[in-house]
Design a protein around this ligand. Structure first.
Ligand SMILES: Cc1ncc(COP(=O)(O)O)c(C=O)c1O
Ligand SMILES: N[C@@H](CCCC[NH3+])C(=O)O
Length: 438
């Protein structure tokens, strides 16, 4: 049996169930491809993070990095969980507004926020702007000049820490596009500029080293670095960091090749380093913020596909094709990411073959799994890919003009559509006729 499936995920009929609902029923009711979230798992993960902070008796904020999966429904769940969220675009902010998420609990990130996006954030009194670069400071200054409001900001630094992860998703190394460089004095200069704007309140420092990280050293390093800078700035500028934000990036297990430590163990290590370093520097203990995305929603997501065609190349390999692919999950093609799948009607069925799971897109690289063990399958079978909750729907596209899938939330045995399946009308509604001259 796939070791990511527990016995309570299998119902009396022997089918895979999510949140108490049979996956065959979900596939039948909503069609495929379908992304299904087990909401209890999302809530449970939030609680696990909160528990660590509460045990450590520190001020904190668990800020869900909503780039991993942004939708009205997830923001509503986060609101219910009293969570903080971060957004990285006007679009994510608009979605949070539509969800009536309390905007004082939103941080706005991004290395090239536009004037319009910053104005939108100010108009809606977004809680924190994470300032990333000098251009943004100028824009903020200009925008604030015509307003009476004040704004809280965190200053994002590049910690100079190379995380052990795919280079596409590492962000803390010196040559990263994100944040102010520390060694060259740019971060100091940015702080001075921000302190000089009376309507800006610099609440603290932010750093993020990357995503899908398995070991704790990088996070300990970033925690130490932030305290070091806070101590330096306290001495030089009489600045007090009320918040140290260490970002997200806690890795999850996608396949048997992945061996991450528990997300809460990352947090415990970070808190302990901050406590120790703050004590050594004789500073007031700040609040510690984290920004987990993948670890909150990744394991809670399942993609249901229908198996279609098959190609057997004798003596070489077999392809089993499904009705989705790189349009709903670009991660295998982009990062060489590995996923595991099971058959909905019998997730425990013994393996009879190892195949490649191919998507339906016109790209040879549209392979969802290079090596998937499967029982005997036939067209019409429902394949469930596990751990697809983070950066899958969020990065979905309409390549080949395929509609994006529907998204369903399941909790306590009830299923609810939260994002409709795109239709062909949706796909063509922005197209305009070309007025031919002849
Ligand atoms: C600033 C920031 N915070 C948080 C995250 C969330 O990362 P993850 O989804 O790996 O937890 C990211 C993405 O890497 C990020 O860029
Ligand atoms: N999209 C990436 C994570 C990016 C994190 C954003 N800073 C992934 O799927 O792994």
């Amino acid at each position: 049996m796939n070791d990511q499936i527990s016995s309570n995920e299998i119902n009396a009929a022997g089918h895979l169930q999510i949140g108490g609902v049979d996956t065959l029923h979900l596939a039948h009711k909503y069609g495929t491809p379908l992304l299904v979230y087990d909401v209890a798992r999302i809530r449970n993960q939030m609680q696990r993070f909160r528990d660590v902070f509460n045990q450590e008796a520190v001020q904190y904020e668990v800020s869900y990095a909503s780039k991993a999966f942004s939708s009205v429904a997830i923001y509503q769940v986060m609101k219910q969980e009293h969570a903080h969220i971060d957004v990285v675009s006007g679009g994510e902010l608009a979605t949070a507004i539509k969800a009536k998420f309390p905007l004082a609990k939103v941080s706005f990130h991004g290395n090239n926020k536009s004037r319009d996006e910053l104005a939108m954030a100010l108009d809606h009194e977004v809680g924190t702007i994470v300032v990333d670069n000098f251009h943004e400071i100028e824009l903020l200054k200009e925008l604030l000049a015509n307003r009476t409001q004040t704004v809280d900001v965190q200053l994002r630094i590049t910690p100079g820490i190379a995380a052990h992860t795919n280079s596409y998703i590492a962000t803390g190394q010196v040559d990263s596009k994100f944040g102010f460089d520390v060694e060259s004095g740019q971060a100091d200069k940015a702080l001075q500029q921000l302190l000089a704007i009376s309507q800006v309140h610099v609440t603290g420092l932010h750093a993020h080293i990357g995503s899908q990280i398995f070991d704790v050293q990088g996070f300990e390093g970033v925690a130490r670095k932030l305290v070091e800078i806070a101590a330096d700035w306290h001495q030089k500028y009489d600045f007090t960091a009320e918040v140290l934000n260490v970002g997200g990036g806690f890795g999850i297990k996608y396949s048997s090749e992945d061996h991450p430590i528990n997300p809460e163990d990352f947090v415990r290590a970070i808190v302990q380093v901050v406590k120790k370093s703050i004590h050594e520097q004789n500073l007031v203990m700040p609040a510690i913020w984290i920004e987990p995305g993948r670890s909150i929603v990744g394991p809670a997501g399942y993609t249901l596909y229908t198996i279609g065609s098959r190609k057997d190349i004798p003596g070489l390999l077999s392809y089993v094709s499904v009705d989705g692919g790189m349009g709903d999950n670009i991660r295998p093609a982009l990062y060489n990411a590995k996923y595991e799948s099971v058959l909905a009607r019998d997730p425990q069925a013994p393996t009879v073959e190892t195949v490649k799971i191919a998507g339906k897109y016109c790209e040879s690289g549209d392979i969802l799994s290079e090596q998937q063990d499967l029982p005997a399958t036939q067209p019409g079978d429902i394949l469930v890919m596990l751990d697809t909750g983070a950066y899958d729907y969020a990065m979905a596209s309409n390549y080949n003009r395929n509609p994006r899938p529907a998204v369903v939330f399941v909790e306590n045995g009830h299923d609810q559509l939260v994002i409709k399946r795109e239709t062909y009308d949706d796909l063509t509604k922005l197209d305009l006729d070309y007025q031919l001259n002849d």
